[in-house]
Ligand binder design. Sequence first.
Ligand code: AMP
Length: 221
Amino acid sequence: MRLLIMGPPGSGKGTQATLIKQAYQIPHISTGEMFRAAIQTGSALGVEAKKYIDHGELVPDDITIEIVKNRITEKDCHHGFLLDGFPRTLPQAVFLDRLLEKCRLQLDAVLNLEMDEEALVKRILGRRVCSNCGATYHVESIPSQVAGICDVCGGKLVMRKDDTEETIRLRLRIYRENTYPLMEYYAKKDLIKTVDGSCDIQTSFQAVVQILGGINDHHKK
Ligand code: AMP
């Protein structure tokens, strides 16, 4: 299966993507995660990307396209992948189409997580991430057993640097202006499958499973 998962920041893309990866055994490619990993290692890519990410801005298309091109052509992606946070602009979507066409491949679906903006702001402000292993929590809905400490590795839980209210509002605006128009692009290709992102994690995931079940059945025919 070749899938995209889209939705505004905080709609639960990363959480649903992790569950999909585990259930369907396809690589989860998150451009945000790739950038954060590059920032941690201090690579040239990381230094460049940080300038944009810390302010909630999009990393320029040429840089983003390059990392996706390299990753998506790796061997583990030959039988499918789940792209999370990419594409976010029209040039990125066009690039992805061309790359897939060249390999004679097609997307199966674009999962669109929908959620109200004010609820998103509240959700993002409560988000905590392990500074060591990247596991995600929420102070209200997914608290760690010991406050501030990761259940998985004992690392310290922190807020993402781009999770301040000012930055969140900017990221939501950027999503509305740059990324939301892609819905029309993919609607024309009849690929959009909308999921309510405001429910609890398992309810949203059940909706995802139902959609993906339909796609799998289609593949078997
Ligand atoms: P995310 O973890 O998906 O919310 O991404 C975090 C940040 O990484 C975004 O706010 C952008 O600054 C950057 N980023 C991730 N994916 C992309 C993309 N496809 N295009 C441009 N910037 C991106």
